[in-house]
Ligand binder design. Structure first.
Ligand code: GLN
Length: 490
């Protein structure tokens, strides 16, 4: 077994795949190494709500058979973690909510199923902000997750468990979901790589809905290549999701060219202004210089003035969709049900009162208010109109630029408990990521440095279906630097 100095649990998926194919390691060996790592670090990280140890051992044996028989894909035998808002048949899928604590879905989400079909080995389901509402994973009904780089800091959210699990070596690949930044912001906070694909590229079938016009599943990995490999497996039309694009997925690994010559990259002025920590700004601008040295043509001042409206628009649209999506948790069909009610109305009320946490209730109230008669035109319709303007502003910018560059988060990871009593402060964590969901375009976050030992993320945004452009720019940056090779001391 020759893996150099890298322990098995910190291998990249593509390195692991090569070693598996060469017979230098087995899937069983790799899975055991990852399970051991989980047991060693999980008491400090708390990234997982379920560990699927027995299923993982069975899947690893099957993966070894597949490899021996020459039926392997690049992800066969690779340990996988799924965010706990993705349905897994027979395996608890809680959304980190009391409402779904005992829910075992009768089917598996399409994106998850495609990874399992490719031979990935599910080792666990990850902790998250309840129903994906939050930016720190502190809104989990069960426990907060800790940032592997500093146990007193948050891992970001809402896919904080998946991002922390990658950073901590509790898995090699993971899926998250991103409605306003929930893949990219935790990727940034945990020093890993996260991709939010173009809306419609990855099926949402079996993803427990938060805000359906914004939700998108995507990869969390330790490097850009693994993200492209995961996209290859999960992208592509799915008849079970009516918003899934009718389009065959390209081979995303062909975009992994370590050369940005001729690429036009725009630095978005509004995302380097007030509220952005100066050290974060300097670190991200330095990353732009690296891309310039690699041949990119950098426009240092691209103004997107509609950016200032993105957060207010999001906090009308996302809660409106959430209030409608979450109406199904009535204590009758499935999930938590309060018993002892005198009538149906009391049962429904008590189920929702005890089943949902405070942030979820806040969103339902905001959404129900914005959609109510008399307010609909003033809030929801207006927000939809501004959404169109934001989308057009991005379309226009992409007539001149291949990729836009911003920080992923205006700050490094904040302290646990620091923002839990201030929802507005918490919402501001997503100021750089939310416009991307509103415009429906793809973006990647990858590590670009550290401030006081805490990771900083670089966000690269592409035009609609421009995954290849952001992958190429990200890969060029990654290959010119070594931030992605850093691992927290745990
Ligand atoms: N933090 C944002 C929110 O709370 C985004 C969450 C997400 O992308 N799921 O809504």
């Amino acid at each position: 077994m020759t893996t150099g100095d890298t322990p098995l649990h910190h291998l990249s998926a593509h390195e692991a795949s090569r070693l598996l194919a060469a017979g230098e390691i087995s899937a069983v060996e790799l899975t055991e190494a990852v399970l051991n790592r989980i047991h060693a670090v999980e008491p400090r990280v708390r990234g997982l709500v379920t560990i699927t140890e027995e299923q993982a051992r069975g899947a690893a044996r099957e993966a070894d058979r597949r490899i021996r028989e020459g039926r392997a894909t690049p992800l066969t035998g690779v340990p996988l973690v799924l965010k706990d808002n993705m349905c897994t048949e027979g395996i608890p899928t809680t959304c980190s909510s009391r409402m779904l604590r005992d829910f075992r879905p009768p089917y598996t989400a399409t994106a998850a199923q495609r990874l399992l079909d490719a031979g990935a080995v599910l080792v666990g389901k990850s902790n998250m902000d309840e129903f994906a509402m939050g930016s720190s994973t502190e809104n989990s009904a069960f426990f907060p997750t800790h940032n592997p780089w500093n146990a007193n800091r948050v891992p970001g959210g809402s896919s904080g468990g998946s991002a922390a699990a990658i950073a901590a070596g509790e898995t090699l690949i993971a899926l998250g979901s991103d409605t306003g930044g929930s893949i990219r912001q935790p990727a940034s906070f945990c020093g890993v790589t996260g991709i939010k694909p173009t809306y419609g590229v990855v099926s949402r079938h079996g993803l427990i809905a938060f805000a359906s016009s914004l939700d998108q599943i995507g990869p969390l990995t330790s490097n850009v290549t693994d993200g492209a490999l995961m996209l290859n497996a999960i992208a592509g039309h799915d008849a079970m999701d009516s918003t899934s694009l009718r389009r065959d997925a390209p081979d995303y690994t062909r975009a992994l060219i370590p050369d940005a010559r001729g690429m036009k990259i725009g630095v978005v002025t509004e995302m380097f202004g007030a509220g952005v920590e100066p050290e974060v700004r300097d670190t991200v601008l330095q990353a732009a210089r690296v891309l310039e040295q690699a041949g990119a043509i950098v426009d240092w001042e691209v103004s997107l003035p509609m950016t200032q409206h993105a957060l207010p628009v999001y906090y009308i649209l996302a809660p409106s969709e959430a209030s409608s999506n979450l109406a199904r948790y009535d204590g009758i069909k499935y999930g938590y049900s309060w018993d002892g009610a005198a009538d149906m109305w009391e049962g429904m009320e008590k189920t929702r009162q005890h089943g949902f946490g405070p942030e979820v209730k806040r969103r339902i109230l905001l959404g129900a208010y914005a959609l109510s008669s008399g307010y609909y035109d003033a809030y929801y319709r207006k927000a939809q109109q501004v959404r169109t303007l934001i989308r057009r502003e991005y379309e226009d910018a992409f007539t001149r630029h291949d990729v836009l560059l911003t920080p992923t988060s205006p700050t490094v990871p904040f302290g646990l408990g620091e923002r839990t009593n201030n929802p507005l402060q918490m919402y501001l964590a997503d100021i750089c990521t939310i416009p991307v969901n509103i415009a429906g375009v793809p973006a990647i976050s990858l590590p670009c440095g550290f401030v006081n030992g805490l990771p900083v993320g670089l966000q690269l945004i592409g035009p609609s279906l421009g995954e290849e452009a952001i992958l190429r720019a990200a890969y060029t940056y990654e290959q010119a630097t070594d931030w992605h090779t850093r691992r927290p001391a745990l």
